[in-house]
Design a protein around this ligand. Structure first.
Ligand SMILES: [Fe+2]
Length: 286
């Protein structure tokens, strides 16, 4: 049994979200949904998430899962919005506690962040199996970009998050707290040991050289062509290349707003006495 996969692209953050459905039962999972956020005005919008809701309703799907591949630093999660509209449980890798542990103090969230992942409905350990209708899904810990990254194996499709991008863009940065190019390389080797025709779906596509959007590859294509990890590039070469490249990267534009919300499973801080919700910007702290 193979899943139906529909991709949704958010142009502002180059993020791919996926709707993954069991064609027989109509049960579905949504992976890495985006809440639109304009940092200049502080305004949120649900244009991206509403496109997914519309598709779910059109196809009369029943959403069981809202899955995060990791705590994203480039966009705010729309998981709570989709959960309110469609139901489903919000899941992430169990090591999200490490990310909470690091970032809760930075945002002064000591009293408002569990540091044990309690904000999420389901914490996946490496190898955990769950169902989407009759489809069997499995979570694999694939850390390196962050310490808590997971990939979701669903039928012959794997949603790899930021572990791999399209072959012409390579891999994701490993310089976030708890990230490690050596660890990412091990995670990627594990993914690339899957059968050659396994379908790999990435969480971002930055469309290098203006090429058209692409988000699906195979293990065979990645092994032959990935500019950072194709066959013939050693672990040491990858680590050197990744470390060098990461030195030149600026922080993602939405990192500060996104991380403080995403470590709380996409929940904004509660409104204060004035009825407003505020995000925090730590000054001179990172
Ligand atoms: Fe990421």
């Amino acid at each position: 049994m193979q899943p139906d996969v529909t991709a949704f692209f958010d142009q502002h953050t180059s993020t791919l979200s996926y709707l993954v459905a069991d064609p027989e039962s109509g049960r579905a999972a949504i992976i890495d949904p985006v809440l639109d956020f304009d940092a200049k005005s502080g305004r949120t919008a649900t244009t991206s998430a509403d496109r997914i809701i519309e598709m779910v309703r059109q196809r009369s799907l029943q959403v069981d899962w809202l899955l995060e591949t990791h705590v994203h630093a480039d966009h705010i999660s729309a998981a709570p919005y989709l959960k309110a509209a469609l139901g489903g449980q919000i899941g992430i890798g169990v090591d999200v506690s490490l990310v909470q542990e690091h970032f809760a103090p930075l945002f002064g969230l000591d009293a408002d962040c569990s540091r044990c992942g309690a904000e999420f409905d389901r914490l996946f350990a490496d190898g955990d199996v769950f169902g989407i209708g009759r489809l069997q899904a499995r979570a694999w810990a694939t850390p390196g970009h962050t310490p808590a990254c997971v990939s979701y194996l669903i039928g012959n499709a794997v949603f790899v998050g930021d572990a791999l991008f399209m072959p012409d863009y390579g891999t994701a940065r490993c310089d976030f707290p708890g990230g490690s190019p050596a660890v990412l390389h091990r995670s990627i080797r594990r993914l690339l040991d899957l059968p050659l025709d396994t379908r790999l779906f990435t969480a971002h596509d930055y469309q290098p050289q203006g090429r058209p959007l692409a988000y699906e590859s195979t293990v065979a294509e990645q092994r032959a062509h990935n500019i950072h990890v194709r066959e013939g590039i050693s672990a040491e070469q990858f680590i050197a290349l990744r470390t060098e490249r990461d030195r030149s990267l600026a922080l993602p534009a939405l990192m500060l707003p996104a991380v403080q919300v995403n470590i709380r499973a996409g929940a904004f801080p509660p409104a204060g006495a004035d009825g407003r919700r505020y995000l925090r910007i730590p000054v001179d702290s990172i």
